[in-house]
Design a protein around this ligand. Structure first.
Ligand code: IPE
Ligand code: IPE
Ligand code: MG
Length: 220
């Protein structure tokens, strides 16, 4: 597998179960992301895309939105050394113009500094698949599917092989609509902050058993 994508869902429920504020769930979720990146590297996966904030998540309370934005800018601020040391290339997809100018500038700087990394972490931020497709359509001058794909935020990245969604929800919630045309899906009841090596291994084992026909014939 070259590219794993994750809908990191269930942070709020994880916190509520513990009678903690939702933002504590998001903090625990950020730690789960750190761990997941290491599982991916150890498994030889070269691209990890994570859904961190959707175009619809702006509808949440002002308190939760500002807490999440703080967490995200804290990540961009504090991770430079670690990403460089570990050879991680950082990239953001989504409607960047929704973010503060300061955060936009910090993201661009981190992308530039880490561009030599050979493992790519793609963070979907103020991301919606429909929004991405509409923005791509504005740039598209006609041509092939490949030409269109080059107008998307994910230009140059391979499509995800597997999409994992945690927390028991079985829907796509506007994630990578174009790119996941032939992705496999794995759903688990585990809440994102509890996602661990055993859960990761189960997802990969499930993927390994599948036959991806991409519209062709069954080969067995
Ligand atoms: C996912 O966790 C993270 C974001 C959407 C930012 P949620 O916050 O959606 O957690 P639940 O679904 O309420 O448990
Ligand atoms: C999807 O989760 C977005 C992220 C994980 C960032 P949501 O919790 O926002 O999705 P819905 O509302 O359950 O579909
Ligand atoms: Mg949710």
């Amino acid at each position: 597998m070259e590219h794993l994508a994750v809908i990191m869902d269930g942070n709020g429920r994880w916190a509520e179960k513990r009678h903690l504020p939702r933002i504590m769930g998001h903090r625990a979720g950020a730690e789960a992301l750190d761990r997941c990146m290491h599982y991916c590297k150890a498994a030889g996966i070269r691209y990890l895309t994570v859904y961190a904030f959707s175009t619809e998540n702006w509808k949440r309370s002002e308190e939760e939105v500002s807490g999440l934005m703080k967490l995200l800018s804290g990540f961009v601020h504090s991770k430079e050394k670690e990403l460089l040391a570990e050879g991680v290339r950082f990239r953001v997809i989504g409607r960047r113009s929704d973010l503060s100018e300061k955060l936009q500038a910090e993201i661009a700087a981190l992308e530039e500094k880490t561009k030599a990394g050979d493992f790519t972490l793609i963070v979907a931020l103020s991301y919606g698949g429909r929004d991405e497709i509409v923005r791509a359509a504005m740039k598209f001058r006609g041509g092939t599917e490949e030409d269109f794909a080059n107008c998307l935020d994910t230009a140059g990245l391979p499509d995800p092989d597997l999409v994992i969604r945690t927390s028991g929800e079985q829907r796509i919630s506007n994630f990578l609509l174009w790119q996941s045309a032939y992705s496999e899906y794995y759903f688990t009841e585990t809440l994102w902050p509890d996602f661990d090596q055993a859960e990761f291994d189960r997802a990969l084992a499930s993927y390994a058993k599948r036959e991806r026909r991409m519209g062709g014939r069954l080969t067995k």
